[in-house]
Design a protein around this ligand. Structure first.
Ligand code: ATP
Length: 361
């Protein structure tokens, strides 16, 4: 069951001079959820988070923390904390001093501070011996953990993260993604996270919010956004995808208006119904497309030429050129590699349960 919103945004806008960075945003963030905001550079993600933690003023709108309006509350009086990519640790101080900083601000006594720092070192899988280590002696991943421990020492109700892992190498990032998700579960706190990386969003989040030009284009669980995007923009943002322009016809089926798509039956269910002459976009992800052999059939079929094959480690990706010149992507697990050759004429097919119709908005 969905919990009550801990934070509610109503019509939040931000203008910088003539430029609208946030355009009347409504959003409910639920208690204990992990919400990730993704979107292209300049879409307004950082501005939104800065407003939520109170280091940027909004131009218009309301922000509720449970029953209280907080949009005018200064940052230090909000129960929120932000973890930046730059981390903002004190480089010449020890790990322990960094973690204890918020506790010292609150004038907690040294014994209690040390006990809490020890707990947080444990929680972040840092050895107790790190307590006396200087920040400049720590690796990137260790610093990241110290920054998280310090953020948790503030004991905020909501933690905001602005691309905290983007400066780390791939392997470390992957490990920390899982640790963050685990940390979220163990602490039960509300996490709001910004990233450019779709994979990062998919691994960690309960919900993903896709931002575009100062507005949310779609907010949903990862699977919904991946399988049923509301727009071409979201579909393309969520990884490799095949998109076809289609139109409804009098016989009740769809026709491709650019790529020639053969549709096996007029009755593919209500999800594929489109009024005569109405245009939409048909979507299928590369992993759902099959190479058809012999007289195999599928609900949707396209013919073309196999142009290229790329080994991606565990998967193989194929590029197929349809007769109008458009490219389609197909992906197979390495062990299910297609037996044909580049240059072969191929038939591709997919069934209606893997197809999604993006209707005009
Ligand atoms: P990135 O992924 O590159 O960090 P973002 O989605 O976080 O981008 P923001 O940093 O929120 O985007 O910026 C949104 C828009 O607002 C950008 O076009 C930016 O240039 C503009 N902007 C942000 N801060 C200011 C400011 N102080 N004055 C003027 N324009 C600003």
């Amino acid at each position: 069951m969905r919990s009550e919103p801990i934070l509610r945004l109503e019509g939040v806008s931000k203008v910088f001079g003539e430029f609208t960075a946030l355009d009347q945003i409504d959003l409910d963030i639920h208690e204990g959820e992990f919400l990730t905001i993704v979107g292209p550079s300049g879409s307004g993600k950082t501005t939104l988070i800065r407003i939520l933690v109170g280091i940027e003023e909004l131009s218009k709108g309301k922000i509720w923390l449970r029953d209280a309006r907080i949009e005018k509350l200064p940052a230090n009086l909000r129960p929120t904390c932000m973890v930046f990519q730059s981390l903002a640790l004190f480089p010449h101080k020890s790990v322990g001093e960094n973690i204890e900083f918020p506790l010292k601000l609150r004038r907690q006594n040294p014994l209690d501070r040390k006990a809490r720092a020890d707990e947080l070192l444990d929680l972040l899988h840092l050895p107790q011996s790190f307590y006396d280590k200087r920040i400049h002696e720590c690796s990137g991943g260790e610093r990241q953990r110290v920054a998280l421990a310090r953020a948790l020492a503030f004991d905020p109700e909501i933690l905001f993260f602005d691309e905290p892992l983007s400066a780390l190498d791939f392997r470390l990032r992957k490990n920390l993604e899982k640790e963050l998700k685990d940390l979220h579960q163990r602490t039960g706190k509300t996490f709001v996270y910004i990233t450019h990386s779709l994979e990062e969003a998919m691994v960690m989040s309960d919900r993903i919010a896709i931002m575009r030009s100062g507005r949310f284009e779609q907010i949903a669980v990862a699977d919904e956004i991946y399988a049923r995007p509301v727009s071409r923009f979201v579909a393309e943002f969520m990884g490799e995808v095949n998109l076809f322009s289609v139109e409804g016809t009098a016989s009740g089926t769809l026709v491709g208006t650019e790529v020639d798509i053969r549709v096996a039956s007029a009755d593919l269910g209500s999800g594929m119904n489109l009024a005569v002459g109405v245009s939409a976009t048909l979507m299928v992800r590369p992993e759902a497309v099959q190479f058809l052999s012999g007289d195999d059939d599928a609900d949707f079929m396209v013919e073309g030429l196999l142009k290229a094959e790329y080994a991606l480690g565990s998967r193989t990706q194929y590029k197929v050129e349809a007769d109008n010149g458009d490219e389609l992507a197909v992906e197979k697990l390495r062990e299910d590699r297609f037996s044909g050759q580049v240059g072969d004429r191929v038939r591709l097919g997919w069934n209606v349960e893997h197809a999604h119709l993006i209707r005009p908005g």
